[in-house]
Design a protein around this ligand. Structure first.
Ligand code: AMP
Length: 283
């Protein structure tokens, strides 16, 4: 049985009891509208821990004023059923007022790695993410927490935050789950029309072509590679490219040496739907 807990003190009390009994707790923080990507994290957490907690919280603090906070999908009953099927022990479902009570004034700001890419195009986003995840870690007290590489920069921001704040949790990176055509699974995919969804498979194809260029015997310069990926993305019907960047996957700055690993990351709009994806190029 999956127990649904909305109260912060009830969740934290339960977590402290688990800790006292020496139970390992695997934690998967989400914003709900669960899909196979989320469920792959849950399955891994199930395999590696005594207890599995999933949180569903559409965090207002990580949405910009022009973003989709209000219309973000919230199919709670369906999500709860999926959690039950996946063997989740506790579904933590706090309210915005519970998480951000009157008088709240403490924020977690990760500096340099949170500035480019998503940080540049979504000001305040990572401050909201780092703050809510730090709070969730304090409430759920997980042994291990599972994050998708689909949101690669977010994963690195969380790793940095957990290390810098000495939080006693192990961050576990998990591979991106994709649809058959290559589109990364995302709760926002439900906004796409059928045509857009098919076209959006092209994002993965463009990133893969870019990765091939990076890996070729005589690699082009980062700028040329970015230009080539951007032009491939632009040719996808209905796509509006926000960024396509080749960066160092540790610093998110310009890649230093051609021999080093690199991250190729893009954000593309289809209509009003903003999709992100990335490919980590190992060398
Ligand atoms: P979200 O509900 O979008 O905040 O995502 C919750 C967690 O699921 C984050 O760690 C995401 O990186 C992860 N996630 C989202 N989509 C995928 C996917 N397609 N594959 C793997 N992990 C994912």
């Amino acid at each position: 049985m999956t127990r649904v807990i909305a109260s912060l003190p009830a969740m934290q009390g339960q977590a402290l009891r688990w800790r006292r009994r020496g139970r390992s707790v695997g934690f998967v923080p989400t914003m709900g509208a669960l899909h196979d990507g989320h469920l792959s994290l849950v399955q891994r957490a199930r395999r590696e821990n005594d207890i599995v907690v999933v949180s569903i919280f559409v965090n207002p603090a990580q949405f910009g004023p022009q973003e989709d906070l209000k219309k973000y999908p919230r199919p709670f009953k369906r999500d709860a059923a999926l959690c039950r099927k996946a063997g989740v022990d506790v579904l933590f479902h706090p309210s915005p007022a519970g998480m951000y009570p009157p008088g709240f004034q403490t924020w977690v700001t990760v500096q340099n790695i949170a500035k480019p890419l998503e940080g540049e195009h979504r000001p305040g986003h990572f401050r909201g993410v780092a703050t809510v995840v730090a709070k969730l870690f304090g409430i759920v007290q997980p042994t291990r927490a599972y994050f998708g590489k689909k949101d690669f920069q977010q994963l690195k921001v969380i790793e940095r935050m957990a290390a810098d704040l000495n939080l006693p949790v192990k961050i576990i990176p998990c591979p991106t789950v994709r649809e058959a055509g290559g589109l990364a699974r995302s709760s926002r995919n439900v906004y796409l029309s059928l045509e857009e969804r098919l076209a959006a498979n092209g994002v993965r194809a463009a990133l893969r072509a870019g990765a091939e260029l990076v890996k070729s015997k005589k690699p082009a310069s980062p700028t040329e590679i970015e230009r080539s990926v951007r032009s491939k993305l632009k040719r996808i019907p209905g796509a509006r490219v926000q960024y396509a960047r080749l960066v160092d996957p540790q610093t998110f700055g310009a890649p230093k040496r051609v021999k080093d690993d690199a991250l190729l990351a893009a954000a593309v709009y289809f209509g009003r739907t903003r999709l992100i994806d990335n490919i980590l190029i190992k060398r």
